[in-house]
Design a protein around this ligand. Structure first.
Ligand code: ZN
Length: 456
């Protein structure tokens, strides 16, 4: 006989994030196996006698956060780029680091990143491109998270490390191989997307063929788009137009394009994003460091699907969606000199259901609704950083820390309970990550200068 497992939550402040963002101030929720069976008010007849009953006593339930841009393979490079200019960061630090990584490094890095994701309430993420989809897939399967994994794809550009100098066809073939091996593995939690690193390193031929293949395999394309002023200067010099206008001419703007950063867009290009339903991943922390301010208020006004990502640990150091929500709530008010733009209500949508839409999975998760996957988090607000709560929505965005996230469930399974990660051995992974990071620094010949006089 098949066993059915139920978890019944009661007395919770439930933010469904459904079409009307319905909230139940004292609600119930029933999880059965991997799905949500009922939400709001649960018919007692549905609850099995052997269901686990969890009295939330006023704690919050939210859909799991969706991190739409996180370089899991860069987790163990954290600190490699602090306080240096962009070119030093890329050529002298990141390229040597990443090109010296092994499959095992990528695996450990993704495990390490998964710990931080789970502890900050993430249940689903998109990784834009490491060197080893195999290592990332293995770690993602183990972590219990959902991941859209892509290879870092480059077929042109000057100064690239020798092992990255590949032809267009080699890059396409490698991705097809990954797709055929790992797509829809781990109960469908692990999926493979196509990647395009940036227009600096991608030929038109590669971009066009990538779009054709993504359509054929019915998956998305993850690309850094218009991220830095230097990129726009480059595209204007080479193509005589901005990145997004060029991508439009190539026929790539579409609902399955996840465009990351999108800092340097004209108003007309924002209209193109809306027209073609291109998805945006806004990464405020890394943007603040070197890239600039994306026109998020205009994008939201126009109805572009904007989600949130953390970028990589070498760019923004904190792979913490709670911190990114908080930053999102601040930076646009600052540069627009308007404290009404990008309100908390929008930010919660960006971090949940917009993220699910961006990953082409809004039929599966992103909101707490009957029949959807049980991807959810429990938040304990009863501490000094959040209490007293007078405006719950604002509190979740502007006062909450990730330490308020008590438990994380994905696909009906607990990944973390009462702050303890259940799927991964945190102590072991942290130690291994440090050892692997130090070994790569050594192999790559990267020496970070002592910032303060140091006696060793
Ligand atoms: Zn990135």
């Amino acid at each position: 006989m098949e066993t059915v497992k139920q978890t019944y939550f009661k007395n919770g402040y439930i933010l469904t994030m459904n079409d009307i963002n319905q909230v139940y101030a004292c609600g119930e929720l029933l999880v059965e196996d991997d799905k949500i069976k009922a939400v709001g008010k649960v018919d007692p007849a549905l609850i099995r006698p052997d269901a686990e009953v969890i009295d939330l006593n006023g704690k919050y339930i939210l859909p799991g956060f969706v991190n739409t841009h996180v370089h899991t393979s860069q987790q163990i490079s954290r600190g490699v780029g602090d306080d240096v200019d962009f070119i030093t960061w890329l050529h002298k630090r990141m390229w040597p680091f990443e090109s010296n990584m092994t499959e095992e490094d990528s695996y450990i890095s993704t495990l390490m990143c998964s710990l931080e994701l789970i502890k900050s309430g993430v249940t689903s993420f998109a990784e834009p491109g490491g060197q080893f989809v195999s290592g990332m897939a293995k770690a993602t399967a183990q972590s219990g998270l959902r991941g859209k994994l892509a290879k870092s794809v480059m077929d042109c550009g000057t100064g690239l490390p020798a092992i990255w100098q590949k032809t267009t066809q080699e890059e396409l073939d490698a991705q097809i191989e990954d797709l055929e091996k790992y797509h829809n593995t781990a109960d469908g939690r692990v999926q493979v997307w196509f990647g395009l690193r940036t227009i600096f390193n991608n030929t038109d031929d590669l971009i066009v063929k990538t779009k054709e293949l993504a359509d054929k395999y019915n998956v998305g394309i993850h690309m850094h788009v218009a991220e830095a002023k230097s990129e726009i200067d480059y595209t204007n010099e080479v193509y005589g137009e901005n990145t997004v206008t060029h991508l439009h001419k190539l026929g790539v703007l579409d609902k399955n394009l996840l465009a990351v950063h999108t800092v340097w867009l004209t108003n007309e290009e924002i209209d193109l994003f809306k027209k073609y339903d291109v998805k945006v991943s806004h990464n405020p922390a890394s943007a603040m460091r070197v890239l600039g301010f994306a026109k998020i208020p205009q994008m939201l006004e126009k109805g572009v699907c904007v989600s949130i990502g953390t970028d990589g640990a070498s760019s923004s150091n904190r792979m913490d969606m709670v911190d990114e929500m908080w930053l999102t709530s601040l930076i646009h008010k600052g540069w627009r000199l308007d404290s009404t733009v990008v309100p908390s209500t929008d930010i919660l949508c960006m971090a949940t259901k917009n993220g699910a839409r961006a990953l082409l999975d809004d039929h599966l998760y992103g909101s707490l609704e009957e029949g959807k996957k049980a991807d959810l988090i429990i938040i304990n607000p009863f501490g000094p950083s959040m209490m007293p709560v007078n405006d719950p929505i604002a509190a979740l965005v502007t006062a909450m820390h990730s330490t308020n996230i008590e438990s994380t469930m994905c696909d009906g399974k607990w990944l973390m309970r009462d702050r303890k990660v259940l799927t991964l051995d945190e102590e072991v992974i942290v130690k291994e990550a440090q050892a692997h990071a130090e070994a790569i620094y050594k192999r790559a010949g990267i020496v970070l200068p002592d910032r303060f006089p140091t006696i060793r």
